[in-house]
Design a protein around this ligand. Structure first.
Ligand SMILES: Nc1ncnc2c1ncn2[C@@H]1O[C@H](COP(=O)(O)OP(=O)(O)OP(=O)(O)O)[C@@H](O)[C@H]1O
Length: 115
C-alpha cells in the first residue's frame, strides 16, 4: 500500500455557506462558527464538532476541489476507487458545491478536474 493510503478511508468535510439575501432580509442569524486553525466548528454557544476538513462561508469551489477531491483523483490513477457525495439538509449547498453555483464565477467541482 502506498504511503498515506493506510489512513481511515472515509473523510468528512463540512462547508458553511453564507446567509442568502432572503435569509438576511428575514433577519436570520448565523449559528455556526469556525474555530481558527482547527478543523472544528461551534454550533450555538458551545457545541464543538471536529471534521477532517472545514470550509468557511468564503471558501471557493477551487479550494474545496483542491483539498477534498484532487487527492482522490491521484489515488484513482493508482488504481483505487473513490466516491464523493454531499449530504445535508435541503438548501444547505449540496448542489452548489457538487454541480456549481453561478457557472462562470463558481464552477462545479467536476469542472475543475483538469486543474
Ligand atoms: N458556498 C456557497 N456560497 C454562496 N451561495 C451558496 C453556497 N452554497 C449554497 N449557496 C446557495 O444556497 C442556495 C441553496 O443551495 P443548494 O441548492 O446547493 O442546496 P441543496 O443542499 O442542493 O438543496 P436541496 O437539497 O433542496 O436540493 C442556493 O441559492 C445556492 O446558490
Amino acid at each position: 500500500m502506498e504511503s498515506g493510503m493506510e489512513e481511515i478511508p472515509v473523510k468528512v468535510a463540512v462547508r458553511i455557506r453564507p446567509l442568502l439575501s432572503k435569509e438576511v432580509l428575514h433577519n436570520h442569524q448565523v449559528c455556526v462558527r469556525l474555530v481558527p486553525n482547527r478543523q472544528q466548528i461551534i454550533i450555538g454557544k458551545d457545541r464543538v464538532f471536529t471534521f477532517d476538513f472545514v470550509f468557511g462561508k468564503n471558501s471557493t469551489q477551487k479550494e474545496v476541489y483542491t483539498v477534498c477531491i484532487k487527492p482522490l483523483l491521484v489515488s484513482l490513477t493508482e488504481g483505487y476507487n473513490a466516491t464523493v457525495f454531499a449530504y445535508g439538509q435541503t438548501g444547505s449547498g449540496k448542489t452548489y458545491t457538487i454541480a456549481g453555483g453561478h457557472v462562470d464565477q463558481h464552477p462545479p467541482c467536476y469542472n475543475l478536474l483538469s486543474g
